[in-house]
Ligand binder design. Structure first.
Ligand SMILES: Cc1cc2nc3c(=O)[nH]c(=O)nc-3n(C[C@H](O)[C@H](O)[C@H](O)COP(=O)(O)OP(=O)(O)OC[C@H]3O[C@@H](n4cnc5c(N)ncnc54)[C@H](O)[C@@H]3O)c2cc1C
Length: 410
């Protein structure tokens, strides 16, 4: 490890890896540190991801693709099923990854692009001079290091400390996060081409339960509930009940716990000498909790802004604000829209959810465009969805196009 770099990236998840890779490709001298000894392990993810957006960052590789999906099915509390094509299903449907292998492939790319990678290296604080971030304190094999850089990117995930060290408020209330638990289940009869989502207050209060296939007879089955709803019943109680009711023959061979920020955008993601990306910046989708693609998109933008700032020799908030502008006008818009939808949906009773699903039972989601879908949805449920009328109008008028639906609008 040297004493000085252009850029230090803290965290070797998708956000950090893509930031480091792009920055190295743009000619920066980059250090990526990861506190764990093995990139991508332990996994804290259901591993679903949209194909279209993924291929903007990495060439698909069968070594990290467990399932290639054609669509998704959403089940309302009374069992009404709505089936959708992959393109209509959102950012988490496309491939089901093997994240341990995927995350390592991303970091492999960043190392090959020229970034220095250090595992088992934990950031313990920020070096700050007159309020400006100019490096990190790090712990590697029991020894403390001071490593300086022109810019630090904090990509240290859900439990991020980097932002807090720089005085950015990243705190989350229980209503701002989903608590999740997931089993990897084998010996089950599933359709390997479809993701299933189950909604309802009995199944997953203010959240959902998912079944993401990982090849033949195997799936990630998990549940996320809003932190504020985890009173007497924990997420695992809901999951165990579902397993007993729906997959009693299933055998659990792995277990994952984790939190997902669903707070929507935080107020500020840069300060002098610092940029936050991914879960550290609370950039995951408030409805689905999906954050892989957003972390990668943000990582790329952060790298480009950092490279420009370094070229100019100016690492102040004024210059790094370009990152705020760029991510908020792209992924940030989707996150904001999702937040509005989430706030509406968590108020729905099971009866409302059944009504919504029933109103869609004759609609063909394989041939409709997103605009047609929203129109059909709104027309049949005007009273229920009145709070979302502005959002529907925006999308229908084509003022904003959801990125992962971009092929439909091209
Ligand atoms: C149960 C569950 C299911 C999910 N399912 C999906 C899904 O299906 N699809 C989807 O898109 N998203 C899903 N997500 C969310 C997704 O996993 C995250 O949004 C995504 O991993 C965020 O990437 P990131 O790079 O920002 O952070 P992370 O992937 O969390 O990476 C952060 C990295 O920083 C490291 N780190 C932390 N602190 C330090 C430090 N001090 N020093 C050095 N390194 C540090 C961590 O070890 C970690 O490797 C799920 C999350 C959970 C919990």
């Amino acid at each position: 490890m040297k004493e000085m770099y252009d850029l230090i990236v803290v965290g070797g998840g998708p956000g950090g890896a893509i930031a480091a890779k792009n920055a190295a490709e743009l000619g920066l001298d980059v250090l990526l540190i990861e506190k764990r000894q093995e990139i991508g392990d332990p996994v804290r993810c259901a591993e679903g991801v949209s194909k279209i957006c993924l291929s903007d960052h990495i060439e698909p590789d069968p070594r990290w693709i467990c399932a290639d999906l054609t669509g998704s099915r959403i089940y309302s509390p009374d069992g009404t099923m709505v089936e959708m094509s992959e393109e209509m299903s959102g950012g988490e449907v496309g491939y089901v990854l093997e994240r341990k292998v995927f995350d390592r492939a991303l970091v492999d790319q960043c190392a090959r692009a020229g970034a220095e990678v250090r595992v088992k290296t934990r950031a313990t604080g920020l070096i700050m001079e007159k309020g400006v971030v100019c490096g990190i304190y790090a712990m590697y094999l029991g020894e403390e290091y001071e490593i300086r850089s022109k810019i630090v990117i904090g990509a240290d995930g859900m439990e991020s400390k980097v932002g807090r060290w720089a005085g950015i408020d990243t705190s989350l209330k229980p209503t701002d996060m989903e608590t999740c638990v997931q089993y990897l289940v084998t010996n089950i009869d599933i359709d390997p081409q479809f993701c299933d989502f189950y909604l309802g207050n009995e199944i997953a209060p203010a959240g959902y339960l998912w079944v993401f296939p990982k090849g033949e007879n195997m799936a990630n089955i998990g549940v996320g509930i809003l932190g504020s709803k985890s009173g007497d019943h924990r997420a695992i109680d809901y999951l165990d009940k579902f397993m007993r009711d729906v997959y009693p023959e299933g055998r659990i061979i792995e277990m994952v716990y984790g939190g997902v920020p669903v707070s929507g955008p935080i107020e500020k993601t840069v300060s002098d000498g610092l940029i936050l990306v991914g879960d550290a910046a609370r950039q995951s989708d408030p409805i689905t909790g999906g954050g892989i693609i957003n972390a990668m998109e943000a990582g790329k933008i952060a790298a480009e802004v950092a490279a420009d700032a370094i070229k100019k020799g100016d690492y102040t908030t004024d210059t790094l604000n370009e990152y705020e502008t760029l991510w908020r006008s792209t992924i940030g818009k989707e996150i904001e829209y999702s937040l509005v939808v989430k706030e509406t949906f968590i108020k729905f009773t099971d009866k409302d959810l059944n009504h919504l699903a029933q109103s869609l039972s004759n609609v063909n989601f394989y041939s409709l465009s997103l605009k047609d879908l929203l129109y059909a949805l709104f027309k049949a449920n005007k009273k229920l969805l009145w709070d979302l009328r502005g959002l529907f109008r925006d999308v229908v008028n084509n003022n904003f196009e959801f990125k992962y639906k971009k092929n439909q609008f091209d």
